[in-house]
Ligand binder design. Sequence first.
Ligand code: TYD
Length: 210
Amino acid sequence: MFNLQAMFITFEGLDYSGKSTQAKLLSEYLDSIKVDNILLREPGGTKISEKIREIILDKEHLEMTPLTEFMLFSASRSQLVSQIIKPYLEKGSVVICDRYYDSSTAYQSYGGSLKLDEVLQVNEIATGGLIPDMTIFIDISPEDSFARSHRRVSKDRMERKDLKFFNNVYHGFKEIATNNPARFVIVNGLLTIPQIHSRITETVNKKLNL
Ligand code: TYD
């Protein structure tokens, strides 16, 4: 495996945008060209963070307050950054993360009830200010996300939200992307899986000078 240059790539998008598939395909592509990389998901990615994930998504935890939920996402993220992301970047790996703090900004603040400046402040604290080099936003509309969600039977706690919520989250992602143009790459999520994958590899190759 080659260690070309450390690079931190995050994937963002609404539920059912296909970002998890694309994150996996990117990792497999980098494996195939022997670029050292690791694929992570949020919330999760460490033993502690996976346990926090179970608490967050548990269907029975209906009494969870928005602030508790956000603190749990942030605790999971903080552990992941310290235990895995930073050490991998320090040894020159590419780190691919399926969701990162933009998800908290979009879901907990724009979609939820938490104040934007407070969410941004906690995001910064939880990650020690670690900003992704590239954020790939797989763009599907709230309507498409919602329509795709109805095809799945068993929903976790986070997926039991209405269309208005997803409209707000979507608007949030768009605004975050507009505010961070150098970091964001927006890909049309209605293209085919291979088409999306090739747009992503083109952009990543350019950034890695391949
Ligand atoms: P995820 O496992 O990425 O679900 P999917 O692959 O189906 O998109 O995320 C689980 C849920 O948690 C999803 O509804 C988005 C939400 N979420 C937040 O609300 N805030 C966050 O900070 C993160 C990381 C996820």
